[in-house]
Design a protein around this ligand. Structure first.
Ligand code: OMP
Length: 273
């Protein structure tokens, strides 16, 4: 999928919500544990009930890989289900990969070709030759970690070098490796004080902003600084949506949470127009 198609969906749905399918066997409703593939059954219900409120689903691959071969099968069934039934939805493999070029090429093939995700998160700190193999895939989006939402971002990313933050040095260099049509950046919703600075450096790139919901990021605060003339953001929320309830009505509860965010996003978009 191209980012232009994502933008069209954002306008149609008045939503820039991405729902994180961080599906944990210990947190899904107990009655699903009797199913053949509880993880897929859970995802399918969540997807069927929430797709009208969101434009993207992000599968954090750790939640699937941690279950070995069965987890990979659940991930594949989930991505196929989205691609077959809701092809307009943008899909993200949140795997935070990248390695020497030779190996990156294999990661790209795995997530872009075999699994058929539209995009993949990568860790750019091994440099340009570790990122370029991902950028060679047509109509696939490489999402670089920009400034992460966790406390540990202070340990290295927020240290300074050449009179600027290390994460800013990374963005300044990496923005030249591709362009705003094939790259996005992750910026944590808990780090809004840095978003203006990031926007000055990359005014046109889409930002994937996780951290609204369970991590306490504020939607309005993020939008104040991160929206650009072309909207330019998708906001991810995982736990606060998918685990809204653990009873029979879990998917309806998730849809209600997603709708709350979608309505807020719609109001923000109306205000901006
Ligand atoms: P919730 O906190 O449950 O909404 O989940 C956040 C999701 O975003 C998880 O899958 C995280 O791994 C991911 N994430 C962050 O929370 N912080 C980051 O800085 C980057 C990511 C990410 O790359 O998506």
């Amino acid at each position: 999928m191209k980012l232009d198609d994502l933008l069209i969906q954002i306008k149609i749905k008045s939503s820039f919500l991405c729902i994180g399918l961080d599906t944990d066997m210990n947190k899904i409703p107990k009655f699903l544990l009797n199913e053949d593939d509880p993880i897929f059954s859970f995802n399918k219900s969540i997807i069927d009930h929430t797709n009208k409120y969101c434009v993207a689903y992000k599968l954090n691959t750790a939640f699937y890989e941690s279950r070995g071969v069965d987890g990979w099968a659940s991930m594949k069934k989930t991505i196929d289900y989205i691609n077959n039934n809701y092809p307009e939805i943008f899909t993200i493999a949140d795997a935070k990969r990248a390695d020497i070029g030779n190996t990156s090429k294999m990661y790209a093939q795995s997530f872009f070709t075999e699994m058929n995700f539209d995009s993949l998160t990568i860790n750019p700190y091994m440099g340009s030759d570790s990122v370029k193999p991902f950028l060679e895939f047509k109509n696939k989006i490489t999402i670089l970690l920009g400034l992460t939402s966790n406390l540990g971002a202070e340990d290295i990313q927020l240290k300074t070098s050449n009179n600027d933050y290390i994460f800013m040095e990374m963005i300044k260099s990496s923005k030249l490796w591709g362009d705003h049509n094939n790259m996005m950046y992750v910026v944590g919703a808990t780090k809004t004080e840095f978003i203006q600075k990031i926007r000055r450096e990359i005014p046109d790139h889409f930002l994937l902003v996780p951290g609204v919901g369970a991590q306490g990021g504020d939607l309005n605060e993020v939008c104040k600084y991160a929206l650009n003339d072309n909207i330019g953001i998708i906001i991810n929320s995982s736990r606060s949506i998918i685990y809204a309830s653990t009873n029979e009505g879990f998917a309806i509860a998730a849809a209600n949470q997603a709708k709350i965010l979608q309505v807020q996003m719609s109001a923000i978009l109306d205000e901006r127009n």
